[in-house]
Every structure is written in C-alpha cells, then in structure tokens.
Write a protein that binds this ligand. Structure first.
Ligand SMILES: Nc1ncnc2c1ncn2[C@@H]1O[C@H](COP(=O)(O)OP(=O)(O)OP(=O)(O)O)[C@@H](O)[C@H]1O
Length: 767
C-alpha cells in the first residue's frame, strides 16, 4: 500500500453548564465534512479579546475527513459515540485484522471531550471500549479452525517526560523508550498482559485508572496534564495443515488520550508553575514541531521537489514512541475535539488538525514480525558480544579508562561505520538480550506472568486500603459499610478509589509508616499515624492525631468529629499536598431516603454542621454527590483559609451568605491554626500567594468549562431532550445547588480582583 494521509475528524461537544451560565453562544457549524467558525461577538465575555482583534474573518472554514456535530443531544443530527465508532473505529479495526498497525489519538483543549470520545463515561462508551468489545466479538465468532488469536494489553501514562506502567505496580519509576531497527520504538520492560475477553480488558482499564489515581497523589498531577497510551497487540496465527507451517500477523492498536492542548501555550502559568508546565508539555510541544515539520515537508515537496527536513521525534518521549504513527508504519487517525464557545483555543485546535492531515504514513501488513526480529537479533547479539569480549580482554584499551570514554567501532547492517562508547555497547547488548528473551517467551509463560502481575496489582491496592472487587468490573460502592471515596481535580481520577470504614478502628497514615495501618497514603504532609476512624454500630467518628492536618467540611479539626454522609474530608495540610475524600454511609442514606419522600420543593440548605438538612432537602444524597466534588471541597477550605487571614467583614458579601445558608465557614474563626498562622507572616503570605495563584488557575479552568465527576459528567451538560432550555435554566437557577456554587465562584472572582484584598495581603506581607 502507498503513502496515505492521516485521517482527521473533528467533533464539537455541547455547551457545559458554566458556558450556559455565562450565556455563551455556539461559534461553530458543520456541514458535511466542513467546519465553520464565526467571529465572536464583542459582548461575549469568554471571547472578548478575540472579538476585538483586527483581521479576524467573519466566517472561516476548514475541511476535514469528517465533522461530528455533537452539540445538542436532542438534535436528530447529533453525532453519537456509536456513529464515531461505526465510521472510524470499525474501519481501523478492519485494518488491524488485515495486519496493519493502527493509532487513534484525541487532541484538544482540556474539557473539550478527548476522554469522552476515547474512553467515554458511564453508558456512553467511547471508541476505545467499543473497539475492544467488537475485537472480541469477532474473535469469538471465528469459525476458521486454522486461525487462532492472542491479545495482549499495555497501558502507560507519560507525565513530565516519565513513562509509568499502569498495569504493573512492580514496574516502578521511569521506563525507558528505546528503538530497534526491526521493531521500531518500544518501551523497555513494559508489561503486556494477556486478555481473553472484553471483560478482562475492562478490568485492566479500571485497575490501570486506579493505579494512575494512586500515583497522582500530588494534586498538581491530573490526567489533563499527562498522556495516556492504551495499546492492544493482536497476534493472528495461521496453521497450514498441509505444510504444517505457522505464519503470523501482528498488529498494534494504539489509543492515545493526549494532555490538554492549551497547556502547551498556557498564558497564565507563572514562575515554578510555568517551568513545570513547560516540562510537562515538552511532549506536546514536540508533537506540534513534528506536525509542523511534516507540513513543511509537504509544501516543499510540491514546490521544489523532495528536500530533507528534520523531524524531531526524539526530542520527547511521546513523539519518539509515536514515531511509527506519525509518518511511519501505521494507519493513523486524529479526533480533534473542540469546545463550541471558545474561539481562540478552538481555532488553534482546528489549525493543528489541518496541519496533521498533511502527514503521510506508509503502512504495511506486519507479516511474521517476530521471525524477523529473532533473525536480526540472532545476527546482532553475537556481533555485540564479540565486540564486548574484545574490549574486555583489554587488548586494545587501557582498563583504567571508564567504559563511558572507551570508543568502540562497529559496522551496521548496511556496512556503515558507527562509533559507540563501551558503555553504550553494554546497554545495547543488554536491551537486545531482553528483547530476545521476550520474543522467545511461550504463551504459557506470558499467561503465568499476567496472573502474577494481576495478583501483585490487586495486593498493592488492597495494602493501601483500596477496595478491589475481584472478577467485577467498575466501581461498586459497598452497600452497607460506610466508606470514603476519593475526590480529585481531574474527573477521570475522581471517585475511582473506595476505602471502607469497617466496624472498629480504621487507622490512616503514611505509606512508609511502620505502624500497622488500614489506609496508607503517600505524601509529605501525611503523618506516620495521621488520623483514625471509629465505626461503632454504623456511626463513624473521625479522630485527628494532630491539629491542622485533618479537615472536615473545610475546617481543621482538633477533636473527634462525628461524620455524616456527604461530609468532605481533607487530609494533609491545605495549600500543599493533600487528599480530598467524600464520606458516605449507605445506611444513613437509605434512612434519609425514607424520610425524604415527605419533603419536596424546599431549596437545599446546609445546616450549621456543614451537612445537608436532610429533613427538608428535595435532593437525595445521590444527587448531592454530584455537586460535592473536589472543587467544592477545595473552595470551602480555601475560603476558610483566606477568610481567616483577611478581614472577615469581607465575607458579609450577600451573594455568598444568602445563596448558601452555611455561614459557618465564613464566621467560624476559632480554628487555632489560622490564628497562630497569621503571626507567622512569611509563611502565611507564601501560603496566600500560592492559594491565590491556584484559585486563579482553578477559576480559569472553571470558566473554560471544567466539569463535574465522571458519572455525572453528562449531567453537567444541557440535554434538552426532555425539557425545554428555559425550564432547565430556570430550574437550575432556582433549585440547583450548582448555581450556589457558581455564585460562590463569582464571589471568589470578585474577591481575587478586589484591591481591598490585595491591600490586606500586602499589608500582611509588610508586617
Ligand atoms: N460529544 C459529547 N457529547 C456529550 N458530552 C460531551 C461530549 N464531549 C465531551 N462531553 C462532556 O464534556 C466534559 C469534558 O469532556 P472530557 O472529560 O472528555 O474532556 P477532556 O478533553 O478529556 O479533558 P482533559 O483534557 O481534562 O482530560 C464531560 O462532562 C463530557 O461528558
């Protein structure tokens, strides 16, 4: 097969609640394979800058392989997950069965719908699970007795240029990306686990996400900053009974969920955050450079004939790993996801997508690749070993010269002379030996290893106190036992870890602690024995071990506190590394549900203990869960933190006090930590600066439409299939606690911009 361009499709998501709330208008339309972008209105607060810029065309159009209009679920033309799979997923699965490598990656700004299109949420399964499901449907329907299939899975995360194996906890630290001429780029020592059904795959995805969440202890680490690569290795073996010969086709199916694209040119990150984000984005920036190099290559091709242009694959881990997918041996597609109301970010995504279309790949059917690899390794290894042997005998080199300075001269397959240091030679020999070992491993041995790794992974999660349900896929909260569920800034990592609070004591502490603990957490701000929970007859009390390290509903506690469903618990010191959980007590919930039936149509309130007034609440605890998320927990804590360091009269702001009746967070300043802290001026101001910076960042994210928790993600969107827009809007406005939340956000916005606050801040700095 000849050269073929990367296939590029674009998909537009619905407006999210914050966009609806700010009255944002959709700036896009799609007709056939064309996408049109309209100049924004000067009165649109989200796009004011763009609207005022000179030289912006009224309407700009782009042509892609296909445009998916997923703006409004009630629209008969709404492009569903199934449509995307039927058009793109199925075509690429066909290629994989023919023996081609395939790669589908999602690109776009944070919250534009990459994970939705790739992984999907709840019932709305994305292209990844749909492909995996159909892969096994086809394998199970195979009637050809001479044909057998083996499927292996690997799952990695690239964060800050480090590769993490999400399926094997023993594979700690950074895995190396290497390249072999017969294999292309690969991750050394990466676990490839055998799967026999779609259920096996779902379980691996689920547990991989748990491992990802555990690793992301530091709250700066979210999935929108990392790239996730999920790969299926499909081996089709044909046994010819007449000749008694076996032939193999091996195809690699990769799905790549890239980090949020706006991170690459984030304008609001400053200082250490800028440095950090620059490093995190090296992969994404290099990705852009690779695409640009190809765009240049294609224009040079047309104008002056072929010219050598350097493509900087090796400048980042991601691009090196995707070398085959970007201009090499692969069928590749890009799903460019766009937000409907963000002019600049979306225009930049569309331009990037347009450039990506120019990349040409040369896919070939991978026939007997392992035989080829073995053949090459058999030639290469004796040569490498003999070279090492020569130098080991010290005939030519001074033994006092370190291996990194000894130069070895080799010849490659084409007869070219290559210079390497002895150290590099040792490294290459070891890598090739590992490859040889791996390629010679029997399927039985691979299956044994898969089982071993599976046990290790589950043991590791259980030792940390995380509930693992064997042979069950997904998150299934306990039906009777009270539990904590993790909350994370990133919805993909939120609510995927469950910690049971069984009868008796549940002790929580540092992962490295020698004390016997039931829940182990990583992080500098977690104490050896941090706190403990006591469950007596289903009533749970939280006991802190030290002041200032444990928060309930945004307030530090220094004595035992009885917990109620919906309470937010923060462990660690706020402002630095900390964990956020929501407490749930299933028994209490079912009792509330009974009494709740008597009480409808009364707005939700929080009582003085920061809990919902269940007797009068129209909202079940289940629906409460949808808004008790990381954002809420963090903001109530930040508010208290800021409040205690600043003039509390500021907090008489009626937007806050009237919208939520929970005035406790505003006025309760008895917390000793805050009062003592304010005397430590240096620390305090640093804390406030960081806090303000983070809050600013958070607010930007919220403004750009960031989201609620995974299962409730869809509820964050306006689905007008059952109700009119006005009704939804009205209901939201009067009853929905999210409105209180947005008012709270608004309040923060004002607070942050308020010169009065800055004066106080500067004043406290000077003290
Ligand atoms: N096509 C769509 N139809 C309906 N809802 C969508 C669609 N695309 C995205 N969403 C919703 O948009 C929200 C954000 O999507 P998603 O989490 O996939 O963004 P993302 O680009 O992966 O963000 P990040 O970079 O942070 O991982 C989710 O609530 C999701 O349910």
């Amino acid at each position: 097969m000849g050269d073929e361009n990367i296939k590029v499709v674009v998909r537009c998501r619905p407006l999210n609640s914050s966009e609806i709330f700010r009255g944002a208008k959709c700036l896009f339309s799609m007709v056939g394979n064309q996408t049109f972008i309209t100049r924004p209105d000067v009165n649109d607060p989200g796009n004011a800058k763009a609207a005022k810029r000179d030289g912006i065309e009224d309407v700009k159009s782009f042509t892609f392989d296909k445009s998916y209009w997923s703006f409004d679920k009630s629209d008969p033309n709404y492009a569903t997950q199934a449509m995307l799979y039927n058009d793109l997923g199925e075509e690429f699965l066909d290629y994989a069965f023919e023996g081609y490598n395939t790669c589908i990656f999602a690109y776009g700004q944070t919250g534009a719908g990459k994970s939705y299109s790739m992984m999907g949420y709840g019932e709305d399964k994305g292209i990844m699970p749909l492909t995996c499901c159909e892969l096994f449907n086809r394998i199970n329907n195979n009637k050809d007795l001479e044909l057998t299939y083996q499927v292996q899975v690997s799952y990695i995360e690239i964060y800050n240029e480090r590769v993490r194996d999400l399926l094997n906890p023993k594979n700690k630290g950074n895995l190396k990306v290497r390249e072999h001429p017969a294999l292309g780029p690969y991750v050394e020592d990466l676990s490839k686990l055998i799967v026999n059904s779609f259920i096996d795959i779902e379980k691996l995805m689920d547990e991989g996400n748990k491992v990802r969440t555990v690793a992301a202890t530091n709250m700066n680490e979210t999935s929108s900053r990392s790239h996730a690569v999920f790969t299926l290795l499909v081996t089709q073996k044909r046994h010819d009974t007449q000749t008694n010969m076996d032939t193999e086709k091996v195809s690699r199916i990769s799905f790549v969920d890239l980090a949020g694209s706006e991170r690459a040119n984030s304008t609001y990150a400053t200082g250490t955050r800028l440095k950090e984000s620059a490093n995190i984005n090296r992969s994404l920036i290099t990705f852009g450079k690779v695409i640009t190099a190809f765009a240049e290559l294609s224009s040079v091709d047309k104008k002056k004939g072929k010219k050598e242009i350097f493509v900087p694959y090796r400048d980042s881990v991601l691009t090196w790993l995707l070398k085959d997918s970007l201009g090499g041996n692969s069928k590749t597609a890009m799903i460019a996801v766009i937000s409907p109301a963000d002019y600049d970010e979306t225009l930049s995504t569309l331009r990037f997508a347009d450039a990506t279309r120019r990349i040409k790949n040369k896919a070939v059917v991978n026939e007997d690749p392992n035989t080829r690899l073995i053949r090459e390794l058999k030639e290469e290894l004796p040569m490498l070993r003999s070279k090492l042997g020569t130098y080991d005998s010290n005939e030519l080199y001074d033994p006092s010269v370190p291996p990194s300075q000894q130069i070895v001269i080799l010849q490659d397959k084409s007869g070219n002379t290559i210079k390497k240091t002895k150290e590099e030679l040792i490294d290459q020999t070891q890598a090739s030996e590992k490859l040889m070992e791996e390629v010679n491993e029997s399927w039985a041995e691979k299956a044994r290893k898969t089982e071993e790794i599976q046990k290790e992974r589950e043991k590791m999660l259980e030792e940390l106190g995380i509930m693992v349900e064997k042979n069950v896929v997904g998150i299934h909260p306990p039906k009777k036992v009270p539990y904590l569920v993790n909350l994370n800034e990133d919805p993909l990592l939120s609510e995927c870890l469950i910690y049971q609070i069984k009868p008796g004591k549940t002790r929580v502490g540092r992962i490295e602690s020698d004390i016997p603990l039931n829940i182990r957490l990583k992080g500098d701000n977690i104490l050896d024995e941090h706190c403990w929970f006591e469950n007596i007859d289903g009533v749970v009390t939280l006991h802190p071990h030290e002041n200032d390290a444990t928060m309930v509903n945004g307030m530090y506690i220094n004595k035992a506190k009885k917990l109620k469903s919906g309470f937010r618990i923060i462990l660690g010191y706020f402002h630095e590394d900390f964990y956020v959980f929501r407490f749930n007590n299933p028994q209490e919930v079912s009792e509330r549900a009974k009494s709740k039936q008597l009480s409808i149509n009364v707005p939700l309130t929080l009582n003085e203990n920061g809990e919902d007034s269940a007797e009068v609440s129209p909202t079940s605890t289940d629906s409460l869960d949808t808004w008790i998320d990381w954002n809420l927990a963090r903001r109530e804590a930040a508010l208290n933190s800021l409040n205690s360091r600043t003039d509390t009269t500021d907090t008489t702001d009626t937007r806050y006090t009237t919208d939520t009746t929970d005035t406790r967070h505003i006025t309760d300043t008895t917390d000793t930590r805050h009062t003592t802290d304010t005397t430590d001026t240096t620390d305090t101001t640093v804390g406030i600066d960081e806090s303000l910076q983070r809050l600013r960042d958070d607010l930007k994210k919220i403004e750009s439409g960031r989201r609620t928790r995974p299962d409730s993600r869809n509820s964050d969107f306006h689905d007008s299939s059952n109700e009119t827009y006005e009704k939804v809007h009205q209901r939201k406005f009067f009853y929905d606690p999210m409105v209180n939340f947005f008012n709270l956000v608004q309040f923060f916005k004002n607070l942050l911009c308020d010169t009065h606050l800055l004066k106080i801040r500067n004043g406290s700095k000077r003290k």
